[in-house]
Design a protein around this ligand. Structure first.
Ligand code: 3PG
Length: 207
């Protein structure tokens, strides 16, 4: 028996729109963000997706995204676990700064390294490796068992907590992960084999 894991990055947040480093700051979705989250739910409903359990972070933008998806598939009251293990990477001292201002101050190259490298943390914050060190054990212990029992699991989380998870699921190296970008509200559907390896992966991009 093979289970299904659906990963969705939250819809556009107010600070995505303002181009600010967000990390653990708890900002809401924009109007577009709400629409993207609902659209993710509509796409999943069109595929007949029904979930057995949902997981999200302790941050409101991911929780609202999760709820929009559950509403769209007709499962508004589904059991939903919130855990800060799924939170966005902590951006440390960069949190609240404008990404273009940061490029002016520290240079394009340095800011790219902080945003996309595997093991270089931004000042006072988490590297992707640090983020993975909390996301992966949580996945193995709390999430994966549902999938291996044949369940269908929704995870509504964040760009970098999901990049860390995808890196491990896809077996990507620290160099390869630099190029992986996740769109807001784009569902990524994994089917897992009973031995926990990935049987298939599909990204629901576009309308
Ligand atoms: O925390 C943030 O600022 C964003 O959600 C993700 O940022 P990034 O695109 O710099 O990884």
């Amino acid at each position: 028996m093979s289970g299904t894991l659906v990963l969705v990055r939250h819809g556009q947040s107010e600070w995505n729109l303002k181009n600010l480093f967000t990390g653990w700051r708890d900002v809401d979705l924009t109007e577009l963000g709400h629409a993207e989250a609902k659209e993710a739910g509509v796409k999943l409903k069109a595929r007949g997706m029904k979930f057995d359990i949902a997981f999200t972070s302790s941050l409101i933008r991911a929780q609202k995204t999760c709820q929009h998806i559950l509403d769209a598939v007709g499962q508004s009251d589904l059991e939903t676990i919130r855990d800060q293990a799924l939170n966005e990477r902590d951006y440390g001292d960069l949190s609240g700064l404008n990404k273009d201002d940061a490029r002016q101050k520290w240079g394009e190259e340095q800011v790219h390294v902080w945003r996309r490298s595997y093991d270089v943390p931004p000042p006072g914050g988490e590297s992707l490796k640090d983020t993975g060190a909390r996301v992966w054990p949580y996945y193995l212990h709390d999430l994966q068992p549902h999938v291996l029992r044949g369940g269908t699991v929704l995870v509504a989380a964040h760009g970098n907590s999901l990049r860390a998870l995808i890196m491990a699921l896809d077996g990507k190296s620290g160099e390869e992960i630099v190029r992986l970008e996740l769109g807001t509200g784009v569902p990524v559907i994994y089917k897992l084999n009973p031995d926990s390896t990935v049987a298939s992966k599909e990204v629901l991009e576009g309308a």
